[in-house]
Design a protein around this ligand. Structure first.
Ligand code: PEP
Length: 247
């Protein structure tokens, strides 16, 4: 049985007060999900502090492929681990489109996270025009293949995937539960080609305009194991409602 994960990606938003507000909004919420809060780097140590004695865990938005050295502005997996971070996003579409992260760069970051025992959340997804051209799975498979080339299929046994159609991110237009389910099932099938056990246990999150009103329908799909939530994770009460839908 796969456990749900609901992860809140704050992007370049939030502050110390939001960490406390989220902790308070989530206290006592019944859920079957592991809840991961993903604030900007500078808040990671205090997030770990504020979430001590709660079920909330902390993730980062990015990681360097290097362990240490002359890489000004970068943060390594070892440093993330020191802050108490358990997850890291790799390949978020904003990193791919705004910062030129290719499938190969993303795969390197995936490796860097696993090297220090941090679970990568690998984000994959297509643009609107790629979907229109019938290329959705080809785009996703290229991202998955780049990772498999470096870590083999076994690497997916210690990772989480997030299917995030780019056209749904931050637009208020989520994929329908049926559309998302179809892609999640295809992703699982792709993994099963290589290892059925890993495919069966792999948590695949949906991301793209998840909100209190659509979370339950999405999470009730058989291959959707929770959500990666952007904008709606910045509103503590709404985020708590989303978390409560994972049941
Ligand atoms: C995201 O940033 O990963 C995301 C899914 O954003 P939003 O929920 O705002 O669409």
């Amino acid at each position: 049985m796969r456990q749900y994960i609901v992860a809140g990606n704050w992007k370049m938003n939030g502050n110390e007060a939001l960490l406390i507000a989220v902790r308070e909004a989530l206290a006592g919420v019944e859920t079957k999900a592991e809840v991961v809060i993903i604030p900007p780097y500078v808040y990671l140590p205090s997030a770990t502090q504020h979430f001590r004695d709660t079920n909330l865990v902390v993730g980062a938005q990015n990681v360097s492929k290097h362990e240490e050295g002359a890489f000004t502005g970068e943060i390594s997996g070892l440093m993330l681990r020191d802050t108490g971070c358990q997850y890291v996003l790799v390949g978020h579409s904003e990193r791919r489109t705004m910062y030129g992260e290719t499938n190969e760069i993303v795969a390197n970051k995936f490796v860097a996270a696993q090297r220090v025992g941090i679970t990568p959340i690998l984000c994959v997804g297509e643009t609107f025009s790629e979907r229109g051209a019938g290329k959705t799975m080809a785009v996703i498979e290229a991202s998955l293949e780049a990772v498999r080339a470096q870590v083999g299929i076994r690497g997916f046994g210690k990772a989480v995937l997030a299917y995030e159609p780019i056209w749904a991110i931050g637009t208020g237009v989520a994929a329908t539960p049926e559309m998302a389910q179809a892609i999640h099932a295809d992703i699982r099938k792709w993994v099963a080609k290589y290892d059925e056990g890993i495919a069966k246990n792999l948590q695949i999150l949906y991301g793209g305009s998840v909100a209190p009103l659509n979370a339950q329908a999405l999470f009730s799909m058989p291959d959707i194991d929770g959500g990666l939530v952007g904008g709606a994770s910045l509103k503590p009460d709404g985020f708590a409602e989303i978390v409560a839908q994972a049941k």
